[in-house]
Design a binder for this molecule. Structure first.
Ligand SMILES: [Zn+2]
Length: 495
């Protein structure tokens, strides 16, 4: 009965933590975005498909022209022979530093009105241009608002700006706003140029960060492009790409409409873009060169990053830790060598592919494997979960490392305080519930793009429950008492 109660309470706590974690990944209030959305939606042509060359496109272009005329900002719109119009506005800075550019595209695909792609980005851009124009104090860095055209036809507007626009001459820092879906948190899913400078600046500036360096490293190798891709190869440009990706089934369809667009996502985009924009407006240091900075967000509250040169020491520390764990059993030695070989292979592959975060992950995999072999089953299972999490989304290293540490802590507490020491095991489980499933949920999201938050929590809960159960039963099943069987006595009395 006691075991059942413990199991049920543990399971409930586990689910509650999953729900909490899920809640942490939900963007906040939708209200702050309402006026921004309203401004965009009242423009004629914005609520119907407006691909380049269409009548709605021409109508929307005229409306934007009129809208921008009313703003007290410098204008340098760009019209090309191909019928493209890039809208470019500037608030001059007090310094000669390269500008910060907020970018979104105003065209849509023919299949749908593009309420999210890129109506969301445009709503935010119009709102922040308005706020910037009203702000009495001029920014340190010149601030450009760039609404590009023809993104859906192959980044045409961005290319024209990059190649021909006089404001693009000095390079600068870009913040690009995109959508690949209609809801969900806004991810900082790509950086170009000096990642270290961009992430270090974003760290205090993002009120609700969602970012994973490995996702960025993988994205870089995918054929997908946004306007930001145009600037990638030029060392004068540095930039962040922001997008929400839930509701992927609506992407580039008629369902990318006002009804399906999440106001909360637009609100998250607004506060993220504003945070980054303001941070760069006052940033006196201009990034140089390319420095990777592995990073991950934790529970939507913290953006954790470390310099890439810490990867190897970090990996080596984990290896030393792993070796220290190798103790008596020959099984552990054999398993240890196998794990070491696997980790080395994984590390080598990551290195070959240039996946900065992967080297650390390989070492973590080694620790997890050894923990699985060496320690008791509870730790073993949690270590496997750690490994699983790490494999799903390795950039979430700190999240993946936490369950392992928590499991070890739980095991230590159990040994020190004894088997019947109450609910100590809830502590590691609590951390696991919070940490391990964050990358798991995000991985699901990344893969499916469509599962609702509740569905994801349920799936993760179903996957997680057996772990919770095993953890509990392993820690609370009394160990077999040392064998005091009688045959021994009988044997002794034999001939
Ligand atoms: Zn787009």
């Amino acid at each position: 009965m006691r075991r059942l109660l413990l199991f049920v309470s543990g399971a409930l706590l586990y689910l509650a933590l999953l729900a909490l974690n899920q809640w942490c990944l939900e963007p906040g209030s939708a209200e702050s975005a309402q006026s921004a959305l309203q401004r965009w939606r009242t423009l004629p042509g914005a609520n119907v498909p407006h691909p380049l060359g269409s009548a709605a496109h021409a109508q929307l272009g005229e409306a934007l022209e009129r809208h921008f005329q009313a703003l007290p900002l410098e204008r340098a719109h760009q019209k090309t022979a191909a019928g493209l119009t890039n809208f470019a506005l500037r608030r001059a800075g007090t310094s000669a530093l390269p500008p910060v550019v907020l970018m979104a595209h105003w065209d849509s695909v023919a299949a749908g009105p593009g309420a999210a792609d890129d109506g969301a980005g445009m709503s935010v851009l119009l709102e922040l241009a308005e706020r910037c124009a009203k702000n009495e104090a001029a920014p340190l860095r010149s601030t450009i608002f760039l609404a590009t055209d023809g993104e859906e036809r192959g980044l045409l507007g961005a290319k024209a700006f990059f190649e021909e626009h006089p404001w693009a001459r000095d390079g600068g820092v870009l913040i690009n706003l995109e959508a690949r879906g209609t809801s969900g948190p806004v991810f900082l899913f790509e950086t170009i140029g000096n990642q270290r400078a961009l992430i270090a600046t974003a760290q205090p500036a993002l009120p609700f960060p969602a970012a994973f360096s490995l996702a960025a490293e993988i994205y870089e190798r995918m054929p997908n492009d946004t306007d930001l891709s145009v600037f990638r190869a030029d060392p004068r440009w540095h930039g962040c790409n922001l997008a929400f990706i839930r509701g992927l089934e609506h992407y580039h369809t008629a369902q990318d409409n006002a009804e399906n667009l999440s106001g909360a996502s637009v609100a998250h985009m607004l506060e993220s873009a504003e945070g980054l924009l303001e941070a760069w407006q006052r940033e006196a240091h201009t990034p140089q060169g390319r420095e990777p900075a592995p990073h991950t967000s934790l529970w939507g509250r913290v953006l954790l990053w470390w310099p890439a040169r810490a990867n190897l020491p970090l990996a080596l520390t984990l290896c030393v830790f792993a070796v220290l764990m190798l103790r008596s059993a020959w099984r552990a030695w054999l398993g240890g060598w196998l794990a070491l070989a696997c980790a080395a292979l994984l590390g080598w592959l990551c290195q070959r592919m240039g996946l900065e975060s992967g080297v650390v992950i390989a070492a973590l995999g080694l620790v997890a494997s050894l923990a699985a072999l060496e320690a008791r089953a509870a730790v073993a299972l949690l270590a496997q979960l750690t490994l699983l999490s790490a494999l799903w989304l390795p950039a979430a290293l700190p999240q993946a490392a936490l369950p392992l540490l928590a499991a070890l802590l739980g095991e230590a507490l159990r040994r020190i305080l004894g088997r019947e020491s109450g609910l100590w095991w809830l502590l590691p489980l609590a951390v696991v519930g919070m940490a391990a499933n964050a990358p798991f949920l995000l991985a699901l999201e990344w893969v499916q793009g469509s599962a609702s938050g509740v569905a994801q929590a349920v799936i993760a809960g179903l996957v997680g429950l057996p772990w919770a159960y095993f953890t509990h039963t392993t820690l609370y099943t009394p160990a077999k008492p040392p064998s005091t069987a009688s045959p021994r006595a009988g044997h002794l009395s034999g001939p």
